[in-house]
Design a protein around this ligand. Structure first.
Ligand code: ADP
Ligand code: MG
Length: 696
C-alpha cells in the first residue's frame, strides 16, 4: 500500500535554548505517522513530514504544547519587534529591583565567604529567606516541576537540586543568589538564541509588506499577501518592489542588492523582469505580477536560508550526541563528589557550574550568523554541512563554458568545406540550433541575424547534452557539435584552436560541411579569485569541459590550472567521484543547469549566477546569486572563519566545564560563584558569533 507523505510547517514559540531543538524533535518524532522532523531554531518553526491519514496538525500542535512550547498562529518573524523587546525579563520595576537586590546579595555572600563580614544574612530569619527564594525562582521551579511530570530532566532540574541542597543546610542567601543567576543565565541564553536569529531576520525585514495595485482602474493599497499573479502593481521611485514580475510600463533604475548582493543598479524597461525586495531608485514602474509571496525569488531565498539549519554538519551532530550524555555525567560527578567528600556545598557547586546549553548552541549560532550574513551579499549557503565541506575542501573543479567564461560567445569564423556556401551553411546551422538553449547556439543564431538570414523551422530536433544538436532542416540532416558528436578526420584545425576558440563541426547529410569558431571571454575576475582560493587551503584547481582539447589547454595554461577536455556530463560526475574516493573533499563550480548532477555529487556544489533560475538555486549546496567569481573565495573564507568560531565555541565550553567541574568537585568553588560563572560560555559564544554576522 503506498503511504502518503505530506510536509507541514508549524511556527513555534518559546525556543530559547538549543537543546530545545533536540528535545522537541524527539517529542514530535515519537508520534505515530511522523516520518521525519526538523526543528529550526533560527526560523522558529518545525518542518514535519507526516502521513496525513495517521496524524494531523492538531496532534502535532498538542505534542509541541505538551513539550512546553507554544504554537503561534502566524510565523513569528512577521512584523515582530526585535528580540530584546520581547523578553519579559526586562519588563518592569521588579526586574530592576531584582537586579539590584541580587547583586547586593551576591556581594554579601561572596564577602561572607571571603570572611570580610560574618553575620549579615543571619539577621534575616530563615522563613523570610525561603519565601524570597521561592518568589524569585518561581518561573524556574514551575518549569522544573512541569518537566519532571513529563519525566524529563533538564539542566534546571540539576541546578534546582543544588538550590535545594543550599536550603537544606540553611543557606537561604546562597540559594537566592543562585536563583538570581539562573534567571540571569536564562536571559543570556535567550539573547544568544535571539542573536542567532538576527542575521536571518535582517534578511526577512527587507521584504516589503504593502503593495499598490491597480484593479478596475483604481489604485489601492493592499498587503502583499492579497496580491495575486496577473495584478498590475505600481511602484514609485524609492520604493521596494513587492512581487516578482514583468515591467509593463515606465522606466527605472533598480537596486537588486537584496537578491544579488550587487549594489550597482540595473535599468528596468517594459519587458524587463524585476524581483521582489529590490528597490527602484529613479523612475516609476507598472509591473505585472508573475510570482507573489513565498514563490518569489526572494521568498525562496528566505525559505532556503531558514531551512539551511536542517542541513547539520558532522560537527553539530557530534555536539548534539555529546550534549545528550552531558547531564547524566554531571549528575554522576555530583553523586561521586557527595559520596567521597560528604560536602553538600561542593556537590551543589558541581550541579550549578555545569553548562550544558552552550554545547548545543555553539554550532547553530555560528552557522546561522554566517548563512544570514552570506545571503545578504548574494551567497546562499545551505547549511552547516556545506560550510564544513567548504572549510575542508582541497580540490576545486570548475566548469568552463558559462562558468569561467561569460557564456556569451561570439562567432568569429565560418569555414565552408563542402557544397554549401557560407551563407547557406550558416542558415542551415542556425536553423538546427533554433531551439537550443546553449550559449553556443545563441552565438550561431546571433551571427545569422547579423547577416539578416531568416531561419527555417527545424524538424526532429534533438539536443545531446554536452555534445551538440541534430535536426532536419529543409530536407537536410544537420548535425552540429563537438568532435564527439561529429567525428572529424583529416582536417587541420590547429590554427583556430591555438587561439583558444571553441570549434563547432557541422555535417550536412553526413558530409563534413563546415567549421564554425566561437570565442568566449574569460570573466575578468577569475584569475584573482582562483589565486585567493589557492591561498585558502585548496591545492588543486581543475578545469572540466566538454570543449575540445586545445581550447581547454589554452585557457588552463593562461590560468595556471590543470584541465580535462572532451567530457560528457556523466564524465564530470565520475571525476568528482574519483577524487572523493581518493579521500579529497571536492567543491565544484558550475552553471547550475547543465552541471546540476555533478554539482550534486560534489561535497559542495556551487551554482554560478543562480538568481532567476530556480532549478539552480534549489540544486546546488551554494548558490551564487550574481555572476561574480569574487563570491567563490568569499564562500571559502566565510566557511573557514565559521568553522574556526565553532571550534572556538566548543573549545571554550569544554574548557569551562572541565575547569569548573574540577574546581567545584574539589570544593574550591562556592555555589554562588559556580552559579555566577554559568553564563560565561553563552556570552562567549554570542560575542564570537556576532563577529560572523558583521563579517565582510
Ligand atoms: P562545458 O563543459 O565547457 O560547460 P558544455 O558541456 O556545455 O561545455 O558543451 C561541451 C561542448 O559540446 C561544446 O564545447 C560544444 O562543442 C558542444 N555543444 C554542446 N551543446 C551544443 C550546441 N547546442 N550546439 C553546438 N555544440 C554544442
Ligand atoms: Mg557549462
Amino acid at each position: 500500500m503506498p503511504t502518503e507523505r505530506e510536509t507541514l510547517e508549524l511556527p513555534i514559540g518559546g525556543m530559547d535554548c538549543a537543546s530545545c531543538v533536540t528535545s522537541l524533535e524527539k517529542a514530535i518524532r515519537g508520534l505515530p505517522g511522523v516520518w521525519s522532523v526538523e526543528v529550526l531554531l533560527g526560523a522558529e518553526k518545525a518542518v514535519v513530514q507526516l502521513d496525513p491519514a495517521r496524524v494531523g496538525r492538531e496532534e502535532i500542535r498538542k505534542a509541541i504544547r505538551q513539550a512546553g512550547y507554544t504554537v503561534p498562529e502566524a510565523p513569528s518573524h512577521q512584523g515582530e519587534p526585535p528580540v530584546a523587546a520581547r523578553i519579559n525579563f526586562s519588563r518592569s520595576l521588579l526586574t530592576v529591583l531584582g537586579l539590584v537586590f541580587g547583586t547586593v546579595l551576591f556581594v554579601v555572600v561572596i564577602g561572607e565567604w571571603l570572611g570580610l563580614f560574618k553575620v549579615v544574612t543571619r539577621w534575616v530569619p530563615f522563613p523570610v529567606g525561603l519565601a524570597l527564594v521561592l518568589a524569585f525562582g518561581y518561573p524556574i521551579f514551575r518549569g522544573v516541576v512541569q518537566a519532571t511530570l513529563r519525566r524529563k530532566v533538564t539542566s534546571h532540574t540539576l541546578m534546582s537540586v543544588g538550590v535545594l541542597a543550599a536550603l537544606v543546610i540553611g543557606q537561604w542567601a546562597t540559594a537566592a543568589v543562585v536563583v538570581f543567576f539562573m534567571r540571569l543565565g536564562d536571559y543570556v541564553e535567550k539573547l544568544t538564541a535571539g542573536n542567532a536569529r538576527k542575521a536571518v531576520r535582517q534578511l526577512t525585514q527587507q521584504a516589503p509588506q504593502k503593495a499598490r495595485v491597480l484593479r478596475n482602474g483604481l489604485e489601492m493599497e493592499l498587503s502583499v499577501g492579497e496580491v495575486v499573479p496577473g495584478d498590475i502593481v505600481v511602484v514609485r521611485p524609492g520604493e521596494a518592489i513587492p512581487i516578482d514580475g514583468e515591467v509593463v510600463a515606465g522606466q527605472a533604475t533598480v537596486d537588486q542588492a537584496a537578491i544579488t548582493g550587487e549594489s550597482m543598479p540595473v535599468e528596468a524597461v517594459p519587458g524587463s523582469r524585476v524581483y521582489a525586495a529590490t528597490l527602484t531608485q529613479l523612475g516609476a514602474l507598472k509591473i505585472k505580477a508573475t510570482q507573489v509571496g513565498r514563490d518569489t525569488t526572494f521568498g525562496r531565498i528566505i525559505k532556503l536560508v531558514e531551512e539551511a539549519e536542517a542541513n547539520r554538519g558532522e560537527m553539530q551532530r557530534m555536539a548534539d550526541r555529546f550534549s545528550g550524555y552531558f547531564l547524566p555525567a554531571v549528575a554522576l560527578i555530583a553523586a561521586i563528589t557527595f559520596l567521597l567528600s560528604h560536602n553538600v556545598l561542593a556537590t551543589a557547586a558541581v550541579l550549578l557550574v555545569a553548562c550544558s546549553c552552550s554545547i548545543a548552541l555553539a554550532t547553530p549560532v555560528a552557522v546561522l550568523a554566517t548563512t544570514g550574513a552570506a545571503a545578504r551579499r548574494g551567497l546562499l549557503i545551505k547549511g552547516g554541512k556545506y560550510l564544513e565541506a567548504l572549510a575542508k575542501a582541497d580540490v576545486l573543479l570548475v566548469d568552463k563554458t558559462g562558468t569561467l567564461t561569460l557564456g556569451r560567445p561570439q562567432l568569429t569564423d565560418v569555414v565552408s568545406l563542402g557544397a554549401f556556401p557560407k551563407t547557406e551553411l550558416l542558415k542551415l546551422t542556425a536553423s538546427a540550433e533554433r531551439y537550443s538553449e546553449h550559449p553556443l547556439a545563441q552565438a550561431v543564431r546571433q551571427a545569422a541575424e547579423e547577416r539578416s538570414i531568416t531561419l527555417l523551422e527545424p524538424k526532429d530536433f534533438e539536443s545531446v547534452p554536452g555534445q551538440g544538436v541534430r535536426a532536419m532542416v529543409d530536407g537536410h540532416e544537420v548535425v552540429v557539435g563537438s568532435r564527439r558528436m561529429v567525428p572529424v578526420e583529416g582536417y587541420d584545425t590547429a590554427d583556430l584552436e591555438a587561439q583558444g576558440k571553441t570549434l563547432l563541426f557541422v555535417t550536412i547529410d553526413a558530409q563534413l560541411s563546415g567549421i564554425l569558431a566561437a570565442a568566449d571571454t574569460l570573466r575578468p575576475e577569475v584569475p584573482e579569485a582562483l589565486r585567493k582560493v589557492l591561498s585558502l587551503g585548496v591545492n588543486k584547481v581543475e578545469l572540466l569541459t566538454g570543449d575540445n582539447e586545445p581550447t581547454a589547454a589554452a585557457l588552463a595554461k593562461s590560468l595556471g590550472v590543470s584541465y580535462r577536455a572532451n567530457l560528457l556530463p556523466e564524465d564530470k560526475i565520475a571525476i568528482v567521484k574519483d577524487y572523493q574516493a581518493q579521500g579529497h573533499t571536492v567543491v565544484m563550480v558550475g552553471d547550475g543547469v547543465n552541471d546540476a548532477p555533478a554539482l550534486a555529487q560534489a561535497d559542495a556544489g556551487m551554482a554560478m549566477g543562480a538568481a532567476g533560475t530556480s532549478v539552480a538555486v534549489e540544486a546546488a549546496a551554494v548558490a551564487l546569486l550574481r555572476e561574480d567569481w569574487s563570491l567563490v573565495p568569499q564562500a571559502f573564507e566565510m566557511a573557514r572563519r565559521t568553522m574556526g568560531v565553532v571550534r572556538m565555541n566548543l573549545g571554550l565550553t569544554a574548557l569551562y566545564n572541565l575547569v569548573g567541574l574540577t574546581l567545584a568537585a574539589l570544593g574550591f568553588l562556592p555555589p554562588v560563584l559556580a552559579a555566577a560563572l554559568q553564563s560565561i560560555p553563552d556570552l562567549g559564544i554570542m560575542a564570537n558569533s556576532s563577529r560572523l554576522i558583521r563579517q565582510r
